[in-house]
Design a protein around this ligand. Structure first.
Ligand SMILES: [Zn+2]
Length: 296
């Protein structure tokens, strides 16, 4: 399954996959942005560096969802690469059990949530990223705060390319997942709009195809978020969070065939409910030992 490496600009190549991984290539050196879901993805990145005859010098993780950092362990152990990660997310890279634990309300999760999709191998974090300029491999990178999809999420700008990771989803992906993953919806809305303001020629989403039609893709993402918010708001008829998820999934034709999908969607619904409550669109009541959501 050797997919081709795709060149997006003088300095940026990406390896298409269920999660896109990226090489930022300077003079004889390269920086890897996100490492895919497992050691095979890590190995593929190592081979890509070999074929370009560049030495990888660092890994940047945009956020700590296991499908974006599963290749870290291979790259750290075999090449000794230092890992750069956003604050907060860095704690999860070092303690990957946090992801299945937070998805299960902080409790010990069922074993189904311990798959590599939700829990990768740990990797030490050498540097905590901050938004702004970062010099690596002799190149100036722009670290851009695009939090919301994850509690802390940074995109990487390289010249006229924006490696947006999950700050935006590709249009095909949006069609397939009408409830796009987000953990802080207010922040996600602002970050998605910010992607359009960066002025990049090309944006590369973490899932899906790169595009030069930045405005259209950003608008498609904002439309999907607005639709999800409307559906969830409508589902607030004095019922529990789980019942809101059930109505939302039925309305959006989401089929949740496994526990990881169920708990990921429950997390997203929780994020929307928090956002809708903050913006005065829904109310939460705790009575008779039950939390219920109603439209405001
Ligand atoms: Zn993600």
């Amino acid at each position: 399954m050797a997919h081709e490496m795709v060149r997006l600009s003088e300095h940026v190549y990406y390896l298409p996959g269920s999660v896109n991984t990226t090489l930022i290539v300077g003079v004889e050196q390269a920086v890897i942005v996100d490492t895919g879901g497992d050691k095979d993805a890590g190995r593929r990145l190592k081979r890509a560096c070999e074929s370009l005859q560049v030495t990888p010098v660092a890994v940047i993780n945009t956020h700590a969802h296991a499908d974006h950092y599963g290749g870290n362990d291979f790259l750290v152990r075999n090449l000794g690469l230092p890992v750069y990660a956003p604050p907060f997310e860095a704690s999860i890279l070092e303690n990957p059990y946090f992801e299945p634990v937070y998805l299960f309300n902080g409790a010990k999760p069922p074993t189904e949530l311990l798959s590599k999709w939700l829990m990768a191998k740990p990797s030490p974090v050498a540097h905590i990223l901050a938004p702004g300029r970062l010099e690596l491999a002799g190149l100036e990178l722009d670290i851009i705060d695009t939090s919301g999809h994850a509690h802390t999420h940074y995109a990487v700008g390289v010249g006229d390319v924006l490696i947006a990771a999950d700050a935006v989803f590709g249009s095909v992906v949006l069609g397939r997942y009408p409830l796009p993953f987000g953990q802080d919806i207010g922040a996600q809305l602002g970050s998605t709009a910010r992607v359009a303001e960066v002025g990049a020629r090309v944006i590369l989403p973490g899932h899906g195809e790169p595009t030069e039609d930045v405005q259209a893709l950003v608008q498609a993402n904002l439309d999907a978020f607005a639709r999800a918010a409307r559906v969830i708001e409508t589902a607030c008829t004095g019922v529990s969070t789980e019942a809101v998820l059930k109505v939302t999934a039925d309305t959006l034709n989401l089929e949740m065939r496994d526990l990881p999908r169920y708990y990921l969607n429950l997390c997203v619904v929780g994020a929307y409910l928090s956002y809708l409550r903050e913006t005065g669109r829904v109310d939460l009541t705790l009575a008779e030992n039950q939390v219920r959501w109603t439209r405001a």
